[in-house]
Design a protein around this ligand. Structure first.
Ligand code: MG
Length: 129
């Protein structure tokens, strides 16, 4: 599957790419929300992993654009947030957030969440993006 990852942390990005680009999955990288939105529109994705805190366009603005677009309204989106923001984010954007992880997390937890999303898409292709 094609996984779009948007995160401005270069070191963390390379860790995520290492674990997710495993042969079956193709990873599209974006260093901010604006680049992510451009890549999503031109290249598409099956799953998106969005950091909340990013320059140019943050993950919440990007999430709103994604959900407001007919092409991506069902795209599974995993949001990467930080502890004190997680509760507020999930309350306000519950319907828009497919799943989330609170930083810092084990990279294996990310792998598990993405695999769960892939399984859901395989079982119900209509749930994909
Ligand atoms: Mg960030």
């Amino acid at each position: 599957m094609k996984i779009l990852i948007a995160d401005d942390d270069k070191i963390f990005m390379s860790l995520m790419v290492d674990i997710l680009a495993d042969g079956k999955d193709e990873v599209l990288q974006a260093e901010n929300g604006l680049v992510a939105w451009e890549r999503l529109q031109t290249e598409g994705a099956d799953i998106a992993v969005l950091d909340v805190n990013m320059p140019e366009m943050d993950g919440v603005e990007l999430l709103k654009l994604i959900r407001g677009d007919e092409r991506f309204k069902n795209l599974p989106v995993l949001v990467l947030t930080i502890g004190f923001m997680a509760e507020d984010l999930v309350q306000r954007y519950d319907a828009a957030v497919t799943d989330y992880l609170t930083k810092p997390f084990e990279i294996s937890a990310l792998q598990l969440k993405v695999k769960e999303m892939e399984q859901r898409i395989l079982k119900n292709p209509a749930a994909g993006g």
